[in-house]
Design a protein around this ligand. Structure first.
Ligand code: NAD
Ligand code: UFG
Length: 335
């Protein structure tokens, strides 16, 4: 079965391509390398010993998408392509709205035209805005606090409207919590450009000596140790969640959101301690002012995915630390 993976060269996309190929799917990737490198796809082939088909293209290019759908027998799309940096989205909102929303509109237009109506979409726990309690269930009210979050929220709404107008669509909206870690081989992982925005890549860069210390954003949150609590999920578990969602949408029509998280929250200090234990590396840190827009606690109620998709996260926080570290050590300068 042929699956189109947009943004397949990126962090989550590359891990999902590995799982798809290992499960016998034929994988077609479209990526413009705006935030990734061709090397990640080469390594996906190396890890799996299988070939994937690849188009170096922008999903904003309607003609290329037309060609991709005409040349292949695509049965479903997993849509990762998009920009994801919150701070950057505040500085360049038009770029974010255009790439994420126009990109999705063009993709869905081409899908409908070619009668491909099965879609797995990368959403985010950011659509819960400032949740009033944890754990967070799918029926919690949705809101967004920055342009990036609004793109995800708007796309979710667009997909809902699309389904209302044509009940043949079968769509899984996956709301990821905090993906970290890397493939066990140490060959693919997270390779951020410049100074990492996210916690785990920052920690691994401190550990490898690229940065002198971690700045912990806020030490007075209403959490067990005052630092922010998140639901960290191993990227390989997350990738497997896409296969479960794919199996589900192949069997039914409809549109459903699913939280992909572990259901367990760890604070920044918990993660630092676990990383130190897993790697025997000391992480120097200072506690600084909170980051604007951050919330105290965010973790999932993962029951819906467990019940309906028959998926739950298997790897623990130590696995996440060990695997993130292995990728960093093996690839000190990224791909
Ligand atoms: P990533 O940046 O590593 O991967 C995205 C990929 O899409 C990159 O390879 C990039 O080159 C490609 N891309 C971007 N715009 C494109 C376009 N117009 N045409 C073709 N390719 C394009 O990010 P990721 O961490 O793998 O995230 C994948 C998806 O999951 C994104 O939609 C992101 O918003 C979402 N998400 C990520 C996180 C996270 O913490 N990593 C959390 C929640 C949701
Ligand atoms: N943090 C630090 N220092 C850093 C980086 C982060 O203390 O250098 C803290 C944050 O304040 C937060 C926690 O570490 O408490 C996690 O921060 P991340 O930036 O790694 O992740 P966020 O929870 O802020 O956001 C991530 C993605 C969003 C996505 C969200 C939910 O970046 O795009 O998870 O999926 F929306």
């Amino acid at each position: 079965m042929e699956i189109l993976v947009t943004g397949g060269a990126g962090y989550i996309g590359s891990h999902t391509c590995v799982e798809l190929l290992n499960s016998g799917y034929d994988v077609i990737v479209v990526d413009n390398f705006s935030n990734s490198k061709p090397e990640s796809l080469r390594r996906v082939e190396e890890i799996t010993g299988k070939h994937l088909k690849f188009y170096e293209s922008d999903i904003l290019d309607k003609a290329i998408l037309e060609k991709i759908f005409s040349e292949n027998n695509i049965e479903a799309v997993i849509h990762f392509a998009g920009f994801k940096a919150v701070g950057e989205s505040i500085k360049t909102p038009i770029l974010y709205y255009h790439n994420n929303i126009t990109g999705t509109l063009i993709l869905c237009t081409e899908m409908k035209k070619h009668n491909v109506k099965r879609l797995v979409f990368s959403s985010s726990a950011t659509v819960y805005g400032m949740p009033k309690s944890v754990p967070i269930s799918e029926y919690f009210p949705l809101s967004a606090t920055n342009p990036y979050g609004r793109t995800k929220l708007m796309i979710e709404t667009i997909l809902q409207d699309m389904y209302s107008s044509d009940k043949e669509w079968s769509i899984a909206i996956l709301r990821y919590f905090n993906p970290i870690g890397a493939h066990q081989s140490g060959r693919i992982g997270e390779d951020p450009n410049g100074i990492p925005n996210n916690l785990m890549p920052f920690i691994t860069q401190v550990a490898v000596g690229k940065r002198d210390k971690l700045n912990i954003f806020g030490g007075n949150y209403a959490t067990h140790d005052g630092t922010g609590v998140r639901d960290y999920i191993h990227v390989v578990d997350l990738a497997k969640g896409h296969l479960s969602a794919l199996e589900k949408i192949m069997k039914t029509s409809g549109i459903e959101p699913y939280n992909l998280g572990t259901g367990v929250g760890y604070s920044v200090l918990d993660l630092v301690k676990n990383f130190e234990k897993a790697t025997n590396k000391k992480i120097p840190y200072v506690i600084t002012a909170p980051r604007l827009g951050d919330i105290a606690k965010c973790y999932a109620n993962p029951i819906k995915a467990k019940t309906i998709l028959k998926w739950s996260a298997q790897k623990n926080i130590q696995d996440m630390c060990i695997d993130a570290w292995r990728f960093q050590v093996n690839n000190p300068n990224g791909y």
